[in-house]
Ligand binder design. Structure first.
Ligand code: ADP
Length: 550
């Protein structure tokens, strides 16, 4: 018992409270979706809440019990949003599956989570037809469309129609009071090594993340915003935007599967988008399209870029050529996902522009609710001097403490004897003002003669060269130095650059011994299901690569 108990109401932090708030206070604020079917659909927070209640009823009618997992294979769209609220809000656990994973991985994940219902967009019908026999626990398959778009015949005789299920309910449903610590949703990590693992979010962690991520020094979301999440709802809840959007009552615009430069640009303009978020690769496509066609944004003002390091050259282009503020962010599935974002503090406003730019290029400062530290291999914390690089560890109200199905195996580590820190697998520096900078994933670090070379630094420099479309730096075996950097490059269409010219471009920008030894030009760099460079695959591809002089 506390010495003196607080005497405030114990209101649980529930996902249903977000949608109720949005419906009541921003009921007519629009939710616009470019549908798989090709047209543009318009609804609002009020209708989304009403239909989410029907979704909750429909899932209960299918036999779902509290805690059961409802899986989705779906793009960003209003039906997916209804499932976010209808499933989680009613005490079920939404399991968003990344459709870009290999089919075997999808089946493995669905079985591991023991999903009982799978809802999916039309795009994924062929995939689900192929997988259905492998899905051991799924009792109901729901196609997220209306009767008119249901396939005439399908290998799946029991296929249910989403609109029919929702249409059969009356919406007379009250959101149940739940334990705020109960599970609300699951997202699996991409599993670059071994099987993917599930991060199980709770109502409490999700609402706290929504609060934290909407803050001015984080995503700075408000009721006047028109938010277009390019980041998918199938991976880490589109960085929480479906929740923070409801919390502030913003208009949401969903691109569905239409993620090419032209479609995105047209949607940004037509819906007067002010804010967006996505991984760097998405912006590559959009900016190339806009540059080729001499286009400018008229309302788009700021974007969060994260998921992998945002190349400074891309940041500069967005800022200087397109008038879009770039907020560099770092996070991961295990953090729901946001951890840090880079925004200047008041004392830094007086700094010269270049010094400010260098800070903004870092991954930034933590949101209140997250603690971070950098540690050496013995768990001792390292100084925040902007130089010492160590293993980045975090803790906080929206950080996992164990993985789904592995509750007994704690991944947590101790910092200076203090237990309970999650090891991120990233290597970082932190400066005296708390600006964190990722130098690498620990498994991607290039170790040359015992010294670390940051692959991100090398990539950022290469990406600033006008002829480079994309670049990745990987470690190559070296007889003397153990490892040396190899730069793998995709040139811009029509552009040419020689190895010597490109390596010359590094001079003066980085210590001489850190300059890559070799350059390999390729047509394409492989990406993971979440749009990151697949370093493991690249390292495999260049396993026996003969660096010059070896
Ligand atoms: P997955 O687990 O699928 O790889 P996550 O989305 O969880 O995907 O990825 C988290 C990792 O992505 C981080 O641990 C970090 O290595 C990398 N990452 C995320 N944001 C950034 C960033 N801004 N700069 C550098 N790396 C980043």
């Amino acid at each position: 018992m506390p010495a003196l108990a607080g005497q405030m109401m114990a209101m649980p932090l529930l996902i249903s409270s977000l949608i109720r708030h949005a419906a009541r206070h921003s009921g007519d604020t629009e939710i616009v979706s470019k549908r798989v079917e090709g047209d543009v659909h318009r609804t609002n927070w009020g209708e989304v809440e009403a239909r989410s209640r029907r979704v909750a009823q429909a899932l209960a009618r299918l036999g779902c019990q509290p805690g059961d997992r409802v899986a989705t294979l779906a793009w960003n769209g209003y039906r997916h949003l209804e499932l976010y609220y209808g499933a989680s809000g009613s005490g079920l656990v939404l399991h968003t599956i990344n459709p870009r994973l290999f089919p075997e991985q999808i089946a493995w994940i669905a079985n591991d989570a023991a999903d009982s219902v799978l809802c999916f967009d039309l795009t994924f019908l062929p995939l689900v037809e192929k997988l259905a026999a492998e899905l051991k626990t799924v009792k109901h398959l729901v196609l997220m469309t209306d009767r008119a778009h249901m396939p005439a015949s399908s290998a799946l005789p029991q296929l249910l129609c989403y609109e029919e299920l929702v249409g059969a309910e009356n919406g007379e449903y009250a959101w149940p009071p739940l334990d705020e610590n109960s599970a609300s949703s699951i997202c699996y990590t991409s599993g670059t090594t071994g099987h993917p693992k599930g991060a199980v979010y709770s109502h409490r962690s999700t609402v706290l993340h929504a609060f934290g991520s909407a803050l001015p020094d984080a995503m700075d979301c408000c009721a006047r915003d028109v938010i277009l999440p390019v980041v998918p709802m199938f991976h880490v809840n589109a960085w929480g935007l479906p929740y923070s959007g409801a919390l502030v009552g913003a208009k949401l615009v969903f691109p569905g599967p239409h993620l090419d430069g032209k479609s995105l640009f047209e949607l940004f303009e037509a819906e007067k988008v002010t804010f967006s978020a996505g991984v760097p690769t998405v912006w590559l496509g959009l900016l190339t399209y806009m540059k080729t066609n001499g286009l400018k944004f008229s309302t788009f003002k700021r974007t969060v870029i994260g998921g992998s390091a945002c190349p400074p050259a891309m940041m500069k282009t967005l800022q200087d050529d397109f008038g879009v503020e770039v907020i560099h962010a770092w996070g991961m599935t295990e953090l729901s996902p946001l951890g840090t974002l880079s925004k200047l503090t008041s004392k830094q406003e007086a700094l010269p522009k270049e010094a400010q730019q260098r800070l903004l290029e870092k991954q930034g400062r933590v949101i209140f609710g997250i603690d971070m530290a950098i540690i050496d291999d013995d768990g001792r914390s390292l100084p925040w001097d902007g130089q010492s690089a160590g293993n980045l560890v975090v803790r906080g109200g929206w950080v996992i403490d164990s993985y789904f199905g592995h509750a007994g195996e704690s991944p947590l580590v101790t910092v200076d004897g203090d237990p309970g820190w999650f090891p991120t697998g990233d290597v970082a520096t932190i400066d005296a003002d708390g600006f964190m900078q990722i130098t690498d994933r620990s498994k991607d670090v290039i170790k040359s003669g015992g010294e670390w070379i940051s692959s991100i630094d090398l990539e950022n420099i290469a990406m600033a060269h006008p002829a480079v479309h994309e670049a990745a730096a990987i470690a190559c075996k070296h007889p003397k130095w153990d490892e040396r950097p190899l730069l793998v490059v995709v040139a811009k269409p029509g552009a040419t650059v020689s190895r010597d010219e490109l390596l010359g471009f590094f001079e003066g920008k980085i210590a001489k011994w850190q300059i890559p030894d070799g350059v390999a030009f390729v047509a394409e760099i492989p990406h993971t299901a979440t749009g990151k460079v697949q370093k493991l695959k690249l390292r495999d591809q260049f396993k026996g690569y003969q660096l010059p002089g070896t």
